[in-house]
Design a protein around this ligand. Structure first.
Ligand code: PXL
Length: 281
């Protein structure tokens, strides 16, 4: 009998829309990892492209859940945070990391708060600055360029040069204990890059995947979940970025052509390929 790896993911449940927990739970589980969830909020849908969604903030449930887990002696090998429901939760999450992460446990922070040059509804610079504090507890921090710019108080643009991306990843090293994975390097015409920065040797590597000309929501969550699953299976940050990038690209390919599906990507159809993908890289 082998030991299971146990991880906790803290992000919202968007009941419909293929993001956050409804993406993280199946993908990380498919990597053979026991996945516990702590919902930061419950929404009827996610907030991008939908209107009039419901939003139940679960901020005040977080300390009680932590206390119960303390009584039950429940610990995690890793904690992965995504979309957070309120600024106050960021402090509660630090307490949960302090209390429930195993001594040699790993923290993944996806500062999911913005994309395409704008905050998601309800977020602002004050939240971004506080999110920066949570990032500093991360072993792996996974911003897109918009989130990176809010963390760094920089002007966003859709087309940073390779040199600007490398510089930005290095500047972001203040917001991680070990690694930054900066997504959205667009300087090549047919390939999408990710800058993987390692604080230990102060070096960047760029990982490329084929670029697909298709705008879809939820790809950041698909990528982060596959990155977490790969890393917890022993892959290096660059290998995990490659695996997660390929997985996300394949999910987008399954979705292209379905005009009723801009709200998310059909990642479920790629789950059967995960095992081969993990072995091949
Ligand atoms: O995929 C990021 C995300 C997560 N959760 C909610 C969102 C979004 C992006 O819009 O609205 C509720």
């Amino acid at each position: 009998m082998s030991d299971t790896i146990k991880i906790l993911t803290i992000q919202d449940i968007s009941c419909y829309g293929q993001c956050s927990i409804t993406v993280a739970l199946p993908i990380i589980s498919a990597f053979g990892i026991e996945t516990a969830v702590l919902p930061s909020a419950v929404l009827s849908t996610h907030t991008s492209g939908f209107t009039d969604y419901t939003f139940r903030d679960l901020t005040e449930d977080l300390p009680a859940i932590k206390e119960h887990w303390e009584k039950e002696d429940i610990y995690f090998d890793a904690i992965y945070t995504g979309y957070i429901g309120s600024i106050k939760q960021l402090d509660y999450i630090k307490d949960i990391i302090d209390s429930r992460l195993k001594e040699d446990g790993v923290v993944f922070v996806d500062p999911a708060m913005a994309d395409y040059g704008e905050f998601y509804y309800g977020f602002d610079q004050e939240f971004a600055d506080k999110m920066g504090e949570l990032c500093k507890l991360g072993d792996y921090v996974l911003p897109n360029t918009t989130e990176a710019c809010y963390l760094l108080h920089k002007e966003w643009k859709p087309d940073f040069t390779k040199e600007e991306m490398l510089e930005m990843a290095e500047e972001l090293s203040q917001f991680t204990k070990k690694h930054v994975i900066l997504k959205g390097d667009n300087h090549r015409e047919n390939e999408l890059g990710m800058i993987v920065f390692d604080n230990e040797d102060n070096k960047s590597e760029i990982v490329y995947n084929d670029k697909i000309d298709h705008l879809s929501h939820g790809t950041g969550d698909v990528f982060a979940s596959a990155f977490v699953g790969s890393t917890m299976n022993g892959k290096t940050p660059t290998q995990s970025a490659k695996i997660a990038g390929e997985f996300t690209k394949k999910a987008i390919e399954k979705t292209i052509g379905d005009s009723n599906h801009a709200y998310g990507v059909k990642f479920e159809q790629v789950i059967p390929e995960l095992y081969d993908l993990l072995k091949s890289i």
